[in-house]
Design a protein around this ligand. Sequence first.
Ligand code: SAH
Length: 365
Amino acid sequence: MEQIDEKMVLEEAVTTERFDLKSADWEQLSAYMNTLGEKAFRAKQIYEWMHVKHVSSIDEMTNLSKQLREKLKQTCTFTVLKQLDVQISKQDGTRKYLFGLSDGNVIESVLMRYKHGNSVCISSQAGCRMGCRFCASTLDGLARSLTPAEMLEQIYRIGCDIGERISNVVVMGSGEPLDNYENLLVFIRMLTDVHGLNISQRNLTVSTCGLVPRMRQLADLQLQITLALSLHASSQEKRLTLMPIANKYELSEVMDACDYYFEKTGRRMTFEYSLVGGVNDTDEDVEGLCRLLKGKNCHINLIPVNPIKERDYVQSERDTVEAFRRKLEQQGINATVRREMGRDIDGACGQLRKRHMDAMDTETT
Ligand code: SAH
């Protein structure tokens, strides 16, 4: 009897589980068409509708038969993000988007316009469980990881909104991309696919707080993407006060993983260092950083911390930031201060989402 029940449950699971159409790479989609008894060229058509033309419904796939469209609607999930809000900077055209997911979660993404092209910063998770002290994305913990389709969609919706090509992507929004590793890899494969947006791997940056085993696994794949490490301190003790993940992976292990990434891929590492006034911007800090990075083929991005109201961290003084940068340069370490895009709309990473969620809470209580 028990066995029968199990079988029934299993069958139900199989029949109710929908195929995530937009998260399927080229091969998976072809295989799915095969199981539906459709010809292989259907996969090509559908893939193009989704990943080149970026249609927002299955009904818009006009070269498919009505029956096939119906079948897809019955058996598949078709991910489309809902634009809930957009804030546009009057200073530099930066746009900050708030998107709604089908289960009610919200995420944010940012468009930055540079002379060399349009760059989109995407979220990899709704919320985050890494707990970095100065970051707004982590205040309410992790809601869930995003699917490949939800990561791609942020870029597609923004591209459609501005009617221009997106040439660069940075996975530096909310979430820890290496904590959503499998989906991240599918996302990378699809984003750089010649049948899709065809963005070059070199135009993609993934930022991590330092999940060592994943960094090493990624290095072994020998992709040509840029890996950015959120460093934020030059000693294990200080890093620990800002980033709880340092409890799990010591600074020395993280630095070894960075060296390994460079060895395996030949790609220069980027280090991110958010400058927090009086916390990690002293002479001792910059000297430690010089010792840590000297001789490495790397680039360091200094980010004046964006204060969030839940914590009392403040930005370093302008002169301090500049002096910090100069000292690194004097030691032959390539450093730039991250231009603060969209200061007027701002809100740090995850703040727009947080504000939206808090507002929803007050409405419902
Ligand atoms: N989980 C990834 C992506 C996070 S966001 C990572 O840790 O790298 C991208 C960068 O912004 C990280 O370096 C993060 O530490 C930094 N960051 C987050 N909140 C910030 C804030 N309020 N001010 C300055 N930098 C911040």
